[in-house]
Design a protein around this ligand. Structure first.
Ligand SMILES: [Cu+2]
Length: 277
């Protein structure tokens, strides 16, 4: 009798393990200083595993993510998993949910994957995100439709040090508006009948275009100014997993090949909708 109970116990324990066994998916991220040349000028940036954007991290629902961050910078860093449900201690906000990852140290983020969809991750330290620390985070369903899938990360680049751009925004410098051609003159405002609004906005030191107000030297798609997917032929169906890794840019997407279908938004499936541009 004892033997039978033991056997049943053994079988059910094995079955239980099979049912709830979580696959550990490990990534090692090496964060290093680098020099990039986007516009013809060599500028300081941060590359992870030698690349900008950071590597695409892919997991499947039910996996346990283990991400080792090897900080080889001479400064602190952190990684935030944008919009991901996880134990608070792994949320990646320095001095709030964790201590900063000190220079030349390793930190482990470990959390179960309990959702799916297209997401992104980025540094939550200073303005490191603006100079390269952003990447695609793909959470697959267990049964994912078998369509070729391409992660796309959109971002922007400025030759100005991000700290300087930040300072210029704080002292309401008009330089970006001049570069973007979004300055507004009193004559224009009066002509349009908006003299009062103009005066009020001047009083508030508010630029005509106060959102998305940094002038960027370049806009990037997967870290390049131009990118081709020449492996696809006309008529092929492709799933683009698009993340906006920009620090302050809204992107407008168009497709010259016909209608695009939107099947998900912010990591949530939606009723597929066809877009006409
Ligand atoms: Cu975020």
């Amino acid at each position: 009798m004892k033997k039978i109970i033991f056997t049943i116990g053994f079988i059910s324990a094995t079955f239980f393990q099979m049912l709830f066994a979580q696959k550990i998916v490990r990534y090692d991220l090496y964060v290093r200083d680098t020099i990039v040349n986007v516009t013809g000028k060599a500028k300081q940036a941060i590359a992870v595993n030698g690349q900008i954007p950071m590597p695409t991290l892919t997991f499947t629902g039910g996996d346990t993510a283990e991400i080792y961050v090897h900080n080889e910078l001479n400064e602190e860093t952190s990684l935030h998993w944008h919009g991901i449900f996880l134990p608070n201690q792994y949320d990646g906000v320095p001095n709030l949910t964790q201590m900063p990852i000190k220079a030349h140290s390793t930190h482990l983020y470990r959390f179960p994957i309990i959702q799916h969809g297209t997401h992104w991750y980025h540094s939550h330290t200073g303005l490191q995100e603006q100079i390269g620390m952003y990447g695609s985070l793909i959470l697959n369903k267990k049964e994912e439709p078998k369509i070729p899938t391409i992660p796309i990360v959109l971002s922007e680049w400025t030759d100005i040090k991000p700290e300087n751009a930040h300072r210029m925004l704080h002292n309401a410098n008009d330089w970006f508006a001049i570069k973007k051609g979004t300055t507004q003159s009193y004559t224009e405002a009066i002509k349009q009948g908006y003299f009062k609004t103009k005066v009020v906005n001047e009083w508030k030191r508010m630029n005509a275009m106060d959102v998305s107000d940094v002038y960027y030297n370049a806009f990037l798609i997967n870290g390049k100014r131009e990118n081709q997917l020449s492996q696809f032929k006309a008529g092929d169906k492709v799933k683009l997993r698009i993340s906006n890794g920009g620090a302050s840019t809204y992107f407008w997407l168009t497709y010259s090949g016909g209608k695009m279908s939107v099947v998900a938004n912010d990591g949530n499936d939606v009723e597929p909708i066809e877009l006409i541009d």
